[in-house]
Design a protein around this ligand. Sequence first.
Ligand SMILES: [Zn+2]
Length: 162
Amino acid sequence: MEELWTPWRMRYITSPPPKEGCVFCRLLGGDGATELVLSRGQHSFVVMNLYPYTVGHIMVVPFRHLARCGELTADELSEVVHSAAHTERVLRDRLGAETVHYGINLGRPAGAGVEGHVHLHLVPRGGRIPIHGSDGDLPVPLEETTRVLRDAFASETGPHRP
Ligand SMILES: [Zn+2]
């Protein structure tokens, strides 16, 4: 299996949690990198990862600040999974991903960069997906990937756009 070597993430992993609160809740409140939000549903939203493993690394995040999947309602879980499936299709169709890794890290020992607010990672791989270089440079600017994916979410029929 191809390894993802992302040493620049160490600063992020080892840094203390932000004093100003949860980054996802701040995004929902209109604070932070709101330009990275691709879509909003009834219970969750889809957002680009500011510290991506690969180009097109996206997260699906429930609105409510809950630490565990078991605390989410059936409706919330359903929407998160449906949004993830829609996002997967966008990553395959628009970025040429061959496959997509799904992942949930609960707690810092499991690798969670944001603790306390459960979120589902989608990391596209293979096909035309570039992996970031070991020097931390982005092979494709995050802004460019965000623009392409935001257009895709705006134009395609997803689970929240019947
Ligand atoms: Zn939160």
